[in-house]
Design a protein around this ligand. Structure first.
Ligand code: ADP
Ligand code: MG
Length: 371
C-alpha cells in the first residue's frame, strides 16, 4: 500500500556522505504496523517527514497505492502524525486541539466537537476535554496528540518516537494502547523509534536502518533468528550478542568430542576451538576465512566438566537483572579474547572467581563472514 522506491535525501550542509537517506526501498501493507528502528542519526525522522510530505526526497518515488505522492501536499495525503514533542497548541483546550485539523478542513464546529468527543473516548481522555495541555500529565498529553492525529480518520498514522517522553512504566501501558487502537481502527501505522524493545513489541515488521539504508526488513522473530549481517545481529538483543572473532577450519583429530572422526568443521581463534555440528556445515568458501561467531547470552548455558561440548571459563562478574543473572566470564587460558556474557536464572549459584563450564545451547550461533 505504501511503497518507497530508491529514496535519497541529501541535506545541504550535512557532513560525511551528505545523504541522510541513501537509497531506501520499503513496502508497507494496508493495515500493517511497521517500525523504523535504528541508532540516532540513521535517517528515521527524515524518512517519516518524507512520508508526511513535510520534506521532499532528493530522488526516488513514494507511492500510496498506485498514486505517486512526491508532489502531494501534506494536507492532501490523508495522514495523521504524532511528533516526539506532541506539538499541542498550549492556548487551546484538549477539545479544540483535537478538533483543530477538522476545523482546518472546514468542518463545522458542532460536528468537529462531536468527532473530538468520539475519538477522545477511544483514547480515554473524554474527561479531559476542557483542560489545557499544561494541566495534563505527559501520558495524557500523549493521548491528546494521538487523538488529534486520528481525528481525521487518516489512512496512515505516522509516529515519531511517540513514547520517548514517558517514564518506563507508563511506556508499557501506552505501547499496548497504541497497538490496540491501531488494531481496532485498522490504520496503517509507521512508528520511528531507537528503542528496540518498543519496536519489537509493537510491530508486525521492523525495518532496521543504519546510515540511511535498510539493513533488514522482517518480522521481529526473523530478525532474531536470522540476522542478515553483523550490524543487525549486534544492534538487536539486550544484553547484546557475544561476538567472537575466529576462522573456520576443517576439524582435525581430537576435536574434543571423542568420536575420533575428522569430518566437520571447527571455529578456531587463538587456540580455542569449537566443533560445529555437522548439520551446520558451512560452505567450503568459508574455510580459512575470518568470521565472527555470534552467540546470544541466553543461548549459552552452564553445564558440567563431563559434557563433551563444555568450555571451561572463569566468572569475572555477576549482575542481577531481576529476571535472572547476567554472568560475565573470561577464558582463564586467554585463548578467547575479551569477556563473554551469559544469562542464567536467579537460582544459579555463581560467584566471581568460580570456574564454570558453558556450552552453546542447541548449537545456536550465527556465523558472519568478515571478508
Ligand atoms: P534519526 O531520526 O534517525 O535520528 P534524522 O533523520 O533526524 O535521524 O537525521 C539523519 C541525518 O541527517 C543525521 O546525520 C542528521 O544530522 C542529518 N540531518 C537531519 N536534519 C538535517 C538538516 N535539516 N540539515 C542537515 N542535516 C540534517
Ligand atoms: Mg529522529
Amino acid at each position: 500500500m505504501i511503497t518507497l522506491k530508491n529514496i535519497v535525501k541529501a541535506y545541504d550542509g550535512k557532513k560525511d556522505s551528505g545523504r541522510a537517506v541513501d537509497g531506501l526501498n520499503l513496502e508497507i501493507q494496508r493495515g500493517e504496523f511497521v517500525a523504523l528502528l535504528g541508532p540516532s542519526g540513521c535517517g528515521k525522522t527524515t524518512t517519516l517527514m518524507m512520508l508526511a510530505g513535510l520534506l521532499k526526497p532528493t530522488s526516488g518515488e513514494i507511492y500510496f497505492g498506485e498514486r505517486m505522492v512526491n508532489h502531494v501536499e501534506p494536507k492532501d495525503r490523508n495522514i495523521g502524525m504524532v511528533f516526539q514533542s506532541y506539538a499541542l497548541y498550549p492556548h487551546l483546550t484538549v477539545r479544540d486541539n483535537i478538533a483543530f485539523p477538522l476545523r482546518e478542513r472546514k468542518m463545522r464546529k458542532p460536528e468537529a466537537y462531536e468527532r473530538a468527543r468520539e475519538i477522545s473516548r477511544i483514547v480515554q481522555i473524554d474527561h479531559l476535554l476542557d483542560r489545557k495541555p499544561s494541566q495534563l500529565s505527559g501520558g495524557q498529553q500523549q493521548r491528546v496528540a494521538m487523538a488529534r492525529a486520528l481525528a481525521k480518520n487518516p489512512e496512515i498514522l505516522l509516529l515519531d518516537e511517540p513514547m520517548s517522553n514517558l517514564d518506563a512504566r507508563l511506556k508499557l501501558d501506552v505501547r499496548d494502547e497504541i497497538r490496540k487502537i491501531q488494531r481496532d481502527l485498522g490504520v496503517t501505522t509507521i512508528i520511528v523509534t531507537h528503542d528496540q524493545e518498543e519496536a519489537l513489541a509493537i510491530s508486525d515488521r521492523v525495518a532496521i536502518l543504519n546510515d540511511g539504508r535498510i539493513q533488514q526488513y522482517a518480522p521481529p522473530d526473523e530478525l532474531f533468528s536470522h540476522p542478515v549481517n553483523l550490524f543487525v545481529a549486534s544492534f538487536l538483543g539486550n544484553p547484546p550478542m557475544n561476538l567472537i572473532a575466529g576462522e573456520i577450519r576443517p576439524a582435525e583429530d581430537g576435536d574434543g568430542d571423542g568420536d575420533g572422526d575428522g569430518d566437520g568443521q571447527t571455529i578456531a581463534t587463538n587456540g580455542f576451538r569449537y566443533r560445529l555440528p555437522d548439520a551446520r556445515k558451512l560452505a567450503a568458501e568459508h574455510l580459512g576465512k575470518p568470521v565472527k561467531l555470534g552467540i546470544r547470552p541466553h543461548d549459552l548455558t552452564l553445564t558440567d566438566a563431563s559434557d563433551a561440548r563444555a568450555i571451561p571459563m572463569q566468572v569475572d562478574l555477576v549482575e542481577h537483572l531481576g529476571s535472572g543473572k547476567l554472568v560475565k566470564v573470561v577464558d582463564p587460558d586467554k585463548k578467547l579474547d575479551g569477556m563473554v556474557r551469559l544469562l542464567t536464572d536467579n537460582e544459579a549459584d555463581v560467584r566471581s572467581g568460580d570456574t564454570v563450564y558453558m556450552r552453546i545451547r542447541d548449537d545456536k550461533f550465527h556465523v558472519f563472514d568478515m571478508t
